[in-house]
Ligand binder design. Structure first.
Ligand SMILES: *Cc1c(COP(=O)(O)O)cnc(C)c1O
Length: 359
């Protein structure tokens, strides 16, 4: 791949310029969609479980944004599982109570089967996390958390993990590298569900890990090649195409989320607004309890009742609908993933639904 030196460019330009083919006369401007399971012998890649040109274009672009080298995985959970598999047998993992529920479920399963031990912490309570790091092997952080939107003091936590030689991973799905760059704050690796904002169109699943530690990268490459949680080239190509507009989508979605959070705070049907001051997710707790939350989900027309976050379309979901959701998440909590529609259309739809539950 080729193009201008990324270190001289802002993130917005890197999103557009990253992962392009070599600039030779007649070369395509867009990266190839390389569909081949095997390669002519004696080249850099022999078989497509270990490498693919479409992955490389995506990985190069994401790596440049996060400040490391990217590795694409079949899904966010594929990436997370590869990272957690690096925990030594019987090792201790410090993880948030309100981590993504797939991460929480996987940690529970690994603990149940005797592979590791989990110390659950409230990541917004820095002293508790620091205390839990003593004798730990891995720190798993997510900030803001899903769906409670707690914020961790990442520089303190990641710095302390580094001092204690605790391997640290940060799930940066909610912030994206536009709002937060955990490697620069001390994380050993950053994890993404590229299914969400990075790809941004709710049309694929993809995951990624980024690290600037070459030894760690080698271990993750080994995980991916041997366990086979590899992405499809088509998904990866679509994800990079989606990423070209990440900055524009985020700009709109984050501005709308801030605007909606302010208006929701003044709404009589809403008891609590959780909004960390950044990002495109707002969680609200309804004064009318679970029944009110369910009615709002059923009433909205512009918002779509569906799980997931990070697409161009706005989604609404009462999280406790999922049996795996921790019971510390209130029954009446509704998560709003704010898309890029007109904010006034989003507001009037939501306001109408919220007002109907009071009547
Ligand atoms: C969705 C999500 C995941 C899991 O990613 P998949 O691509 O669905 O496997 C992990 N972490 C966070 C924060 C997520 O939102």
């Amino acid at each position: 791949m080729a193009g201008p030196d990324p270190s001289s460019l802002t993130v917005a330009t890197r999103l557009v310029a990253g992962g392009r083919p070599e600039r030779t006369p007649g070369a395509p401007v867009s990266p190839p969609l390389e569909l081949s399971s095997t390669y002519v012998a004696d080249g850099p890649v022999g078989y497509a479980r270990t490498g693919n040109a479409t992955w490389s274009a995506f990985e190069e672009t994401l790596g440049s944004l996060e400040g490391g080298r990217g590795l694409a995985f079949a899904s966010g959970m594929g990436a997370i599982a590869a990272c957690l598999d690096l925990t030594p047998a019987g090792g201790v993992v410090v993880a948030p109570h309100h981590a993504y529920n797939g991460t929480g479920g996987l940690l529970d399963a690994l603990e149940r089967d005797g592979h590791l031990q989990v110390r659950r912490v409230d990541v917004s309570r820095t002293d508790d996390v620091l205390a839990a790091l003593d004798g730990a092997d891995v720190l798993w952080v997510e900030s803001p958390t899903n769906p409670m939107l707690e914020v961790a003091d990442l520089p303190s936590l990641l710095g302390a993990a580094r001092e204690r030689r605790v391997l640290s991973f940060c799930d940066n799905t909610f912030a994206t590298p536009l709002l937060q760059r955990p490697l620069a704050l001390g994380a050993d690796a950053v994890v993404h569900s590229a299914t969400k904002w990075l790809s941004g169109h709710s049309d694929l699943l993809l995951g990624a890990v980024v690290t600037s530690d070459d030894a760690l990268l080698d271990r993750l490459v080994e995980q991916r090649s041997l366990r086979g949680a590899i992405p499809g080239p088509v998904e990866t190509w679509l994800a990079l195409r989606g990423m070209r507009t990440l900055h524009l989508r985020m700009e709109r979605a984050c501005a709308s989320a801030a605007e909606l959070a302010g208006r929701l705070r003044a709404h009589p049907a809403v008891r609590v607004v959780r909004y960390p001051g950044m990002g495109a997710v707002v969680s609200i707790e309804l004064a009318g309890g679970r029944a009110a939350a369910e009615q709002v989900e059923r009433t909205v027309q512009v918002w779509t009742p569906a799980t997931s976050v990070g697409g161009v379309e706005s989604l609404i979901e009462r999280r406790r609908r999922h049996p795996l959701e921790p019971t510390t998440v209130p029954e009446e909590l509704v998560r709003l993933s704010v898309g890029i529609e007109d904010v006034e259309d989003l507001w009037s739809d939501l306001d109408g639904a919220l007002s109907s539950v009071r009547a």
